[in-house]
Design a protein around this ligand. Sequence first.
Ligand code: IVH
Length: 669
Amino acid sequence: MKQSEAKARIEKLRKAIEEHNHNYYILNSPVISDFEYDLLLHELDTLERKYSGFASEESPTRRIGSDITREFRQYEHKYPMLSLGNTYSTEELREFNARIEKVTGSPAEYVCELKFDGASISITYKRGRLFRALTRGDGTKGDDVTLNARTIKNIPVTITGIRVPDEFVIRGEILMPRAVFDRLNDERNNEGLPPFANPRNAAAGTLKILDPKTVASRGLVCNFYFLLADELPHDTHYENMMEASTWGFNVPESISLCKSIEEVITFINRWESERKKLPFDIDGVVVKVNSLALQEELGFTAKSPRWAISYKYKAEQVTTRLLSVSFQVGRTGNVTPVANLEPVFLAGSTVKRATLHNADQIALLGLHLNDMVYVEKGGEIIPKIAGVDHSFRNENSHEIKFIANCPECGTQLVKNEGEANHFCPNYLHCPPQLKGRIGHFISRKAMDIDGLGEETVDLLFSSNLIRNYADLYELKTEQLVPLERLGEKSAANIIKSIKTSLSVPYSRVLFALGIRHVGETVAKTIASRFRSIDELMSADLELLTSVNEIGPKIAASIISFFFDSDNILIIKRLKDYGLKFSEENVKGPESDILKGKTIVISGVFLRHTRDEYKDLIEKHGGKNSTSISGSTSLILAGDNMGPAKKEKAEQLGVAMIDENEFLELIGEE
Ligand code: IVH
């Protein structure tokens, strides 16, 4: 490689890695697997070593990706939080052992621990009490998440024990068990919120929520793996962890003392399959030198200790050929490219298809038709393409062209600036979108129309009996009976449950309409604030966004829904059929103490959640707003209010009150 080529490649890799760091640490939404990330980092590291003239202190090979966010106050770590060198091969593990034995001259003792796949946390205890919990941040300073950490059930707030140092730091991984993760994503799906990609992102995202009550409800756990103090009770890592477990810290039982590197490899092999039985994800094994004296002798590189290494498990992978790409249109109009593969057996089943997510992903993989591809099953059930085996590329490989028109209705696809997905804008006539909306309308949490499933909707649709959900209310038993697979009895049942749905309350009807971003919870909020659909239809952007939980995205989606004359027509028909479009027994504001006041909430609170405060503001006639401006009347300031907000409030001379003063003001004290 020429110097100029190496320079260009190094710059490209650095930029890509920075981008992936941002996706992983800040957005909690990675777009490539850890393995792919490690490959990029490894390539950059190799180039920087070979072309040392281009090495830089600023390179991501020298720095730890940062999770720091603006909303939290930062504090320095007393002991920096480094990362770990990692490997995917036992060969390199043996080399790691050889380097250590060169120093000791005899076999070293190791501690093997599982490498928990969550968010790391560093907690300081002083005189037996939890003092402060910090995220890893950039390794030097981290975000103060003490209030959130205190809500996690197995993080002790006070501890007792005989050898407890006056001040110590203990580190661990915050995890979300898979069962909790599945439940959370189900809920998010029902509420129209984007799902978390995996339990790690969900745990890291939860730790950064500005509302400890919500954090408490998320079922997080902490597994501890590292004790630090100026004077520790014992001179081996293993004994210190055992000691910490007697103080009440959850040190997982899997921790194991190994007398040789061969025992380490046995541990790794055992957990490769055992890990599937664990309630949470691990992505490898951490191997640590047991003796603290030897750890000290070995020391650190810029980024990681020389006395520890992590062995990472590779997701199970096979290679197969990419035969073609088809494009699927979902309920919301999103177009997803799907890879059709030469069938191949992988982790218990035959794989024929894999998701390609979007055009960006195809470009990222540099994928061509007829390529040999690596397919893996990651944390997700749907297999994905992890990479391309370029050595097989030949003249039959062609570039993949993303379609320009919807495969279902022919409409020209749209891709919004900043969004990864192409979508079909033919909201009103594109069949999968129409059927998808009817499917949503009849679902259990919406109108709960029994006896009508996806298949029957397909049948009714292809028989031209329905085009939209209002058509359901025109159906007659006689029209259904002749349909394939539908007898007299089921036809009558369907008509009966359509009739019963007339008593479904207003908030669920709102949810059933399928307005983008209006999930179950948002629909309830809207129904309690706008007593009838007419009131909602006449609300403008400002009025909508003044309501707790309605941000600009939801508000814009509501407005554009009612802007559409076809939707208005459908609603008019539904009204005529007798669906509930207003709230019975709705309560108005409890008082008008805050009438005419626009209030901004900022920071973290102890006595109520942020959402509860937003509700209280509305209950007493006030308006919520998210940004401080000349029209802000008051700021309800909690702990850790962002410095930028504080400065702006001071500049504009807006009054700030704390939660006690606020509660007193509204007479809730
Ligand atoms: S020890 C100096 N032990 O892995 C050594 N880390 O890059 C510090 N992790 O983000 C780490 N399980 O949060 C250690 N048993 C374990 C671990 C573990 C997971 C995470 C840690 C850090 C990353 C290391």
